[in-house]
Design a protein. Structure first.
Lengths: 60, 143
């Protein structure tokens, strides 16, 4: 089995699974868990975009 | 004013945290959860949470192997290698299965393999968090 993922798709897959576990383990009620999971996912993916833009600006 | 502050401090010292007696389940659940990702929650009848944790950890581990990530062996060398082993072994039975089957032995030098190595380590670290969560649920600290 050989999986080939781009940097971005690997980051999104990482964010999905890490957010699920963070949501479940860091909050108590189901609604809080869903909200926190979505928040973590948004932060992960947002962080990827921010880091990408910072690197692009540094490269110029 | 000063007296009131002193009283508050004194009262705070007497506020006792609720006690959570350590039960057999509080010991067994995190160990089972470490060995089989999500099984600690399943044991505590948190089926939805357990299955989601199992899916996440197993999927991350499988994707890490699929990306030709490296599995760390027990070592006493570089600190990063030691920490890599500590992270990997967090995946419990998945780690031992991978070692027995010789998965993750190759040393591919490309970016995907580097991401794969990170996936493997993080799968283990997430499973440690899940095992600690199972412990808190078994103690009654968390619903």
């Amino acid at each position: 089995m050989n999986i080939t993922l781009s940097h971005f798709s690997a980051a999104v897959v990482f964010a999905v699974f890490a957010s699920i576990v963070f949501g479940i383990t860091q909050r108590n009620t189901t609604m809080e868990q869903v909200k926190y999971g979505l928040y973590c996912f948004a932060m992960f993916v947002g962080g990827v975009f921010v880091a990408g833009w910072v690197m692009a600006l540094i490269r110029r | 004013m000063a007296k009131s502050t002193t009283d508050k401090a004194r009262n705070a010292a007497f506020v006792r945290e609720p006690e959570y007696p350590v039960t057999t389940m509080a010991v067994v659940a995190p160990i089972v959860g470490w060995l089989i990702p999500g099984a600690g929650h399943l044991l505590l009848k948190r089926y939805g949470r357990g299955l989601l944790i199992m899916l996440s950890v197993v999927a991350m581990f499988a994707i890490g192997l699929g990306m030709q990530g490296r599995i760390y062996k027990p070592n006493g060398g570089d600190i990063l290698d030691i920490l890599g082993f500590v992270g990997d072994v967090g995946a419990g039975v998945l780690y031992f299965l991978a070692r027995m089957q010789g998965w993750g032995d190759l040393m591919a030098a490309n970016a995907a393999a580097d991401y794969g190595k990170t996936f493997l380590i993080v799968a283990g670290l997430l499973n440690y968090i899940a095992a600690a969560d199972a412990h808190h649920i078994a103690l009654g600290k968390k619903p």
